[in-house]
Design a binder for this molecule. Structure first.
Ligand SMILES: Nc1ncnc2c1ncn2[C@@H]1O[C@H](COP(=O)(O)OP(=O)(O)O)[C@@H](O)[C@H]1O
Ligand SMILES: [Mg+2]
Length: 259
């Protein structure tokens, strides 16, 4: 096993897809590293390969070349890594409770262990009163919290989130960002999150990775000391960092909002 100080280490990652019988490069020469317990945010234009990158890390796409290591091991999925998608991935025919216990059941936990852990995580996320509701009976922010609960109950070491808050209104979004930071402070998880939203990147990302248009690679890495400071939102330094990112992304020419 190769030793590396970074919890997450990607070197010369390349991913190709077949499109109409032709090989198409979605990612080329991607280098990225993130120490344990840090938050990283990836921001970049639509179609530059952000989801492709997260899928490789989640162990969902083994067809890549280059080196991808999580704690020194190639991504295997499950276990230590949790992936939260934009549409939350909740099963509409299952209640909040049943959605949250899915992963526990797959791991063959006893009913007693499952019940204790589920109550604890729902309580932590303020979802206990909604345990018997179905996803359609929840607001967007509540659904997102269910998705987070379902990931956290498995006690992951790495939390991957693919544009998790993009369908939420601005206020709900800020609440859930605060909430994610509380969880991060409590658990010291390593978090890698994709966003289109510049303010979100500055608020959440201790390291901000700016990707170039496809085939995507990491064009710029910004060490961001402002991440996680509630008081900084709206302050001058915060806005300056946002405006730096905005101008950088715009200079690339292809930056656009939308998935
Ligand atoms: N399964 C696939 N087969 C072929 N092409 C794909 C597949 N998934 C994604 N792509 C293409 O790869 C590129 C990167 O996609 P994606 O990773 O979803 O970008 P992003 O998440 O940054 O918007 C896009 O051009 C997309 O059309
Ligand atoms: Mg995507």
């Amino acid at each position: 096993m190769k030793m590396n100080n970074d919890y997450l280490s990607i070197k010369s990652l390349k991913v190709e897809y077949m499109q109409n019988g032709q090989a198409f490069s979605a990612l080329d020469s991607v280098d990225l590293s993130l120490p344990q317990g840090k938050t990283g945010v990836i921001i970049g234009p639509s179609g530059c390969g952000k989801s492709t990158l997260l899928n490789v890390l989640a162990g969902l796409n083994p067809r890549y070349s280059g080196e991808v290591l999580i704690e020194g091991q190639p991504p295997a999925g499950g276990g230590k890594t949790a992936l939260i998608l934009q549409d939350y991935g909740l099963l509409p025919w299952k209640t909040v409770w049943d959605n949250v216990i899915l992963g526990m059941q797959l791991r063959k936990k006893t009913p007693r262990e499952t019940k204790t852990a589920t109550e604890a995580v729902l309580d932590k996320l303020g979802l206990l009163p909604m345990a018997r509701r179905y996803p359609t009976q929840l607001s967007g922010g509540q659904r997102q919290r269910v998705a987070i609960a379902r990931a956290l109950i498995l006690d992951p070491k790495l939390l991957l989130m693919d544009e998790p808050f993009s369908s939420l209104d601005a206020l709900t979004r800020e609440d859930i960002q605060d909430f994610l930071l509380e969880i991060w402070e409590e658990t010291k998880l390593t978090i890698l999150l994709i966003t289109h939203n510049i303010e979100e990147a500055v608020f959440l990302g201790q390291k901000i990775f700016i990707m170039s248009p496809g085939p995507g690679k990491i064009e710029q890495v910004v060490d961001n000391k402002m991440a996680g400071d509630y008081n900084l939102r709206g302050r001058v330094q915060f806005l300056e960092m946002c405006s730096f990112l905005r101008s950088f992304l715009h200079r690339r020419g292809n930056y656009e909002l939308g998935a």
